[in-house]
Ligand binder design. Sequence first.
Ligand code: DC
Length: 233
Amino acid sequence: MEWPGAVPQNEDMTASVLSLIAIDGPSGVGKSTTAKRVAARLGWQYLDTGAMYRAAALAIHRAGVELTDRPALERVLSRLDLSLNEGRTYLAGGDVSEAIRSQEVTRLVTPVSADVRVREVLVDQQRRIGASGRWVVDGRDIGTVVFTQACCKVFLTASPEARAQRRFLELQAKGQSPDFDAVLADLQRRDLADSTRAASPLRKAEDAVELDSSGMSLDQVVDWIVARHQAHA
Ligand code: DC
């Protein structure tokens, strides 16, 4: 995916409704899988903003920079060469799709995504991407901050236990032997960090519709979002 050159003005961005479905919600709720499937059903493009924060965390880590060293952080951000293409994530042209899913990056991304300056840079890139075309975008602040003028906003939730159970089964399917309580504790740590940070905390936009997917299958969630979008299109 190429970043378009012109940065849209904020006034223009808020003036019009965008062909953009915003899916926000906590970790492990299945936003990415859902958003990808909704995009495929509608023939729209999919943007994974979590992958962008993960790639930024990896770039900062590789550069050996601490978030407290503001001039060094600024240098890394000014050279951040991040791109997404066909579901893969690239840093300076190198494919980092697997590296950004490591446990280490999952740990490092929490403070990185709470950094105001990192968010400014990535939100700017996200707005450039979403300004043209039709998009399904998932994240934590898509409906509240990044695309407040999205035509459809969904706040996807599920109980921590239901999310931990899904994650537990995913890890088992990968041949790992996860500990359920550790998986649950990690999700709860991320929930707390995402919802209590000062910069763009996770919360439902006033005009978003909340969907509790605890007892629903992936197909049911996708059908529900597509139907809701079509009813309001
Ligand atoms: O959805 P994910 O687990 O890949 O997200 C990685 C991290 O980035 C997670 O700590 C939440 C954060 N994030 C964010 O703050 N804002 C977004 N729009 C997307 C993700």
